[in-house]
Design a protein around this ligand. Sequence first.
Ligand code: 5GP
Length: 125
Amino acid sequence: MPIDATQPYDDSNIFARILRGEIPSKTVYEDEYALAFHDINPLSPAHILVIPKGSYVSWDDFSATASDAEIAGFVRAVGKVARDCGLVEPGYRLLANAGLNSGQEVPHLHVHIFGGRPLGPMLSS
Ligand code: 5GP
């Protein structure tokens, strides 16, 4: 069920629970600002989610209200994960769904990193 990205942050969302260690995940990378882990339902050979440690529903409130340090730390983490996973040379795709029309399902900002095969057209329709 797509979420409304203007809703207040819900501390019980699945990625908040992963951040608190209440639910296991396969960690790829972690630092002060970000956690990266394998998507539970991978859509490509490499499908990694990178989330900020702060409580942000989507790109909208993150870009509007996160500190410069949080934004820089998160963006650098996304790049580092892709680099460390060997995705730069073959190429990869970043995707961040935000709100109803995008189909965002988890109400904690996440960037998908897709790679490991040619990824086809940008949108399916
Ligand atoms: P969205 O549609 O919100 O952009 O993407 C949410 C993603 O989170 C989906 O690709 C889905 O497979 C993934 N996901 C949902 N629940 C879990 C979970 O408990 N663990 C992990 N690792 N990924 C999850």
